[in-house]
Design a protein around this ligand. Structure first.
Ligand SMILES: Cc1cc2nc3c(=O)[nH]c(=O)nc-3n(C[C@H](O)[C@H](O)[C@H](O)COP(=O)(O)OP(=O)(O)OC[C@H]3O[C@@H](n4cnc5c(N)ncnc54)[C@H](O)[C@@H]3O)c2cc1C
Length: 878
């Protein structure tokens, strides 16, 4: 074997699987060098990848082993892409084998020149083996992934032994079952697993119709099954003879031409390389990969995906005629399909953009971004766009306000990130700063972060006010296994389970968990799906989670640095932002073909009902829910009210809409438990530098460089961040600010003995100073500080455990002219509670509805960069 070949192969396999969204359970590769050097292609490389239980294989021969491996990578990557595109199965493009040949004849297709003549059916070989329990979809997926012509299985629903086979090259599949209840029906194409398309399985006859709904098809039985290869010939029961009746040209029992021949025991092949999770490449293999292929996979550089994402869209507002909804709108609307509509022909709707109007419900960053994309990328005149916001200010959660005397306040302080925030940076590159027309907000942010590097020296502080060594993440083997298991599970299996369902008690005591949860605001009871997405999305942060060195900040708070410049730009384009407008309902009509179009927007302007009617060319972009809805404020000596009765418009609007159609989501999954979702933040406005000076001495971090400090043992689980000063536009010299929050607001504090939710601003400050151990400056600090507190009943509502269909798609199936925005829509792979999610959703909405001929930046996958994956792996095993 040539030196370095196995490392090279390992790196290439990692590159080949890097783009796969589904969990990779195992990769096995085998390199064989023929003993006879005069053979024309003596080097053989073969591999089997277990994609979440579905084997995908490839085999290549070449003159040298490195060439063979290169070919193998290409072939494998192509098959994996096909597998992914088709929801976990790979489509054949070649002749469809015996069954397809017959279909070709029947439907007038002529076999290619090399097609062997059709012979009389005869049985070549008989074998016995045990049938796997699976659904017809899984059987189709396995059959395609293995490139077989048919597949035998036991239907999990009916318990019947079945065979699935192709129905011609393009006409789908047929399933035939054996036994007394025997029946035949069409199956496929199979489901897209994560987001869920309806598996089009139609029973033609027979008594038991399968109850398949959406994507809830995958059963947890795959857990722990390292692979489900071609069934091994370790017979438990003989194949039933009547099954052979349905097969014209059985070449072997599993359909593979080599089944039964020596060496075809795929599940037991001897392999030279085997690894379960991507990222396990050795240094040598990466080096070899880089030496031989400057951009592994061809499309990525340094882990950044260069490709883009395509969104599904609609046929446009003018498509089809519409009729008004009658008495029972819910029944008029189409059932949930989990599919976005096909994207309109590029440019079709854009051509009419100057005659179109857009109504954008909500004035958060998602809405502002949608308006920017409509103007910038569609060319819609700004004066045709109206943003409807109930609050007196735009920006939604990205707020920032106040004055030195009364105190400044932001509800949140944002940590942004280079790699993952691609859509946000795309937006901000077009927006000039307020100070200098020639400098974009993106440029300003990059310059700021180049000067003020984040590197927290005091990420965790213990009960005695000592800085902990946070680089020790504290994992046990069990913790690592549990993390790997969560990463390996598809979302359809995780479902509505909580984080704490996946981990043992020790995991929650680790430094890692304290840092991860306080960086992103996770509670143990939150959705395990969301945690999995965060692991994958921010894997690059794992090795630097103790310093937060990957965090990027804006120069000032996000209202001043992002929202105001965006708003200014929009207003200069003529976009109208209407405040004091609470949208209460949207009326839809059914268009021909069962789709829907938004026809009227109902709202209250300062309490007075009004409507906007949408013409045939018009669009609606509707923000659903809000994490900052019903936020209330407290002060030095008052406590913020916990509002439970949904006074703001955001949730009420979504609830009203959700009653109209099953695919408009389920708001109660998110707003139904205020006590699980709430927490409180606070902003200090200080006229003395005493506290910031002392924090700088304590941590070694100048303001703006220390990211987050967490009091690990505090019952409130309090964290604070000292931003770069000044943090607010116009903040005078000699005035300083600090932002903090507590995750457990109903626990008594160690210093004051009060629950955070019942503490005044000054009491919260006292608690903070106590945890720092700064009692000696307490009098001065309290006397010179204004504290503003904010209770947010829904602040982590987007993390509530949920099912796959609880969030509507950005562009629901059949939508002719409307899309949903915000944190409560479904964007595959991306993570909520981020500005990026809001902006990506806006981009999908605008590009998808109007057929914008531009790519949306792809969701960043740290795993696509072997170096990043390796660094993360090292951190976990350190
Ligand atoms: C405390 C805190 C910390 C955060 N930390 C980070 C972080 O570190 N990094 C990060 O990336 N993100 C962070 N975020 C999240 C980020 O700020 C949000 O995800 C993002 O700003 C949400 O924007 P949005 O437009 O989707 O929704 P929102 O900001 O909620 O905006 C929705 C707007 O629509 C209006 N509206 C809704 N319904 C109606 C209606 N029916 N009629 C009229 N108006 C309506 C609302 O009043 C609101 O103004 C944080 C948020 C908070 C609050």
């Amino acid at each position: 074997m040539p030196e370095g070949a196995s490392e090279y192969a390992q790196a290439k396999m990692l590159a080949a699987i890097a783009h796969v969204g589904s969990p990779i359970l195992a990769v096995r590769a085998k390199l064989t060098q023929a003993a006879n050097p005069s053979a024309s292609r003596p080097a053989i490389a073969q591999a089997v990848v277990d994609v979440n239980g579905h084997p995908v294989r490839a085999r290549c021969a070449a003159e040298t082993m490195f060439e063979a491996v290169d070919l193998l990578q290409e072939r494998l990557a192509a098959r994996l892409v096909r597998t992914r595109q088709h929801g976990g199965r790979e489509h054949r493009t070649g002749t469809g084998g015996a069954v397809a040949s017959r279909e070709n004849r029947v439907h007038g297709h002529h076999p290619g020149p090399h097609q062997p003549p059709i012979k009389e059916p005869h049985i070549l070989r008989q074998k016995a083996f045990s049938l796997g329990q699976q659904t017809p979809e899984d059987a189709v997926i396995d059959m395609e992934a293995m490139n077989h012509d048919f597949w035998l299985f036991t239907d999990t629903t009916s318990g019947a032994d079945c065979i699935v086979y192709r129905q011609g090259l393009t006409r789908g599949y047929r399933v035939a079952s054996a036994g007394e209840d025997s029946q035949q029906y069409e199956a496929g194409p199979p489901v897209e697993r994560e987001l869920g398309r309806h598996p089009r399985v139609r029973r033609r006859r027979g008594r038991r119709a399968p109850a398949y709904h959406g994507a809830r098809l995958r059963l947890p039985r795959r857990l722990g099954h390292g692979s489900r290869m071609c069934p091994l010939p370790e017979a438990r029961r003989p194949i039933r003879p009547d099954l052979s009746r349905t097969v014209e040209h059985p070449r072997a029992l599993c359909g593979h031409p080599e089944h039964g021949r020596p060496g075809h025991r795929m599940a037991s092949d001897r392999t030279q390389l085997r690894f379960a999770l991507p990222g396990a490449a050795s240094r040598g293999s990466r080096a070899a990969a880089h030496r031989r292929s400057p951009t592994p996979g061809g499309a990525r550089l340094g882990g950044r995906r260069l490709g883009g994402e395509h969104v599904a869209g609609t046929n446009g507002p003018g498509s089809g005629t519409s009729r008004p909804l009658r008495a029972s709108p819910a029944r008029e609307l189409t059932e949930f399909s989990g599919e976005e509509s096909p994207r309109p022909t590029k440019g079709t709707n854009m051509a009419n953009a100057s005659q179109s109007r857009a109504y954008v419900v909500g004035g958060g960053i998602a809405s502002l971004a949608a308006a920017v994309f409509l103007v910038r990328d569609v060319g819609m005149p700004g004066e045709n766009i109206r943003i409807l916001e109930e609050l007196p200010k735009t920006g939604g959660a990205l707020d920032g306000s106040g004055a030195p005397g009364d105190g400044y306040v932001t509800r949140g302080g944002r940590m942004l990130e280079d790699e993952a925030y691609v859509c946000l940076w795309n937006l901000l590159k077009s927006i000039p700063t307020l100070d200098d027309e020639a400098v974009s907000v993106l440029q300003e942010t990059e310059d700021f972060n180049a000067r003020w590097l984040t590197h927290a020296n005091a990420r965790l502080i213990d009960a005695d006010g000592r800085i902990l060594d946070a680089s020790q993440l504290g994992f046990t083997t069990t913790d690592r296994v549990e993390m790997a298991r969560l990463l390996a599970l598809p979302e359809s299996v995780i479902g509505a389970r909580r984080i704490e369902d996946f981990f043992s008690a020790h995991f929650f005591t680790t430094n890692f968990w304290t840092m991860w949860r306080t960086t992103f605001a996770f509670q143990n009871w939150h959705s395990a799906i969301e945690l999995k997405r965060y692991f994958l999305r921010f894997l690059q942060e794992l090795p630097r989670i103790h310093t937060l060195a990957g965090v990027r900040r804006t120069r000032l708070n996000q209202y001043d640095s992002i929202v105001r410049p965006v708003q200014e730009w929009l207003e200069r384009q003529g976009v109208r932002i209407e405040h004091g407008v609470r949208v209460t309902d949207v009326e839809f009509a059914v268009v021909d073909g069962g789709g829907r179009r938004a026809e009227r927007i109902l709202f209250e302007r300062d309490g007075v009902p009004e409507t906007y009617g949408l013409g045939p060319q018009d669009y609606a972009f509707i923000t659903l829910g809000s994490m900052t809805a019903d936020a209330s404020y407290g002060s030095d000596d008052s406590v913020p009210e916990l509002v439970r009765d949904k006074r703001d418009g955001a949730w009420n609007l979504w609830e009203t809409l959700a009653r109209k159609a099953p695919d408009f989501g389920r708001p109660s999954a998110f707003n139904g438990n205020v006590d699980e979702a709430k927490w409180e933040s606070f902003t200090l406005t200080m006229r003395s530098p005493a506290l910031l000076k002392r924090i700088e001495e304590f941590s070694g971090n100048a303001p703006g460089t220390g990211a987050l400090m967490t009091f690990k043992d505090s019952r409130w689980l309090m964290s604070v961040a000292v931003p770069h000063q000044p943090h607010f536009d116009g903040q005078p010299e000699g005035v300083y600010t600090l932002w903090g929050y507590g995750l457990f607001v109903d626990e008594p504090g160690e210093v004051t003995g009060k629950k955070m939710s019942e503490a005044t601003g000054q009491e919260i400050l006292t608690e903070l100073l106590g945890h720092f151990g700064f009692g000696d400056i307490a009098d001065e600090v309290c006397a010179t500080t204004v504290v503003t507190t904010v209770m947010m009943p829904y602040i982590t509502s987007q993390f509530e455990r949920r099912d796959l269909h609880d969030r509507p798609l950005v562009i629901p199936s059949g939508s002719a002219n409307f899309a949903f925005l915000g944190q409560f829509t479904e964007i595959p792979e991306d993570v909520v509670f981020t500005v990026e999610y809001a902006v990506r959703g806006a981009m999908r909405a605008v590009y998808g509805l109007l057929g914008v001929d531009k790519e949306i930046p792809a969701v960043y996958h740290a795993l696509s960069d072997p170096m990043t994956a390796l660094r993360a792996l090292r951190a976990v095993f350190a």
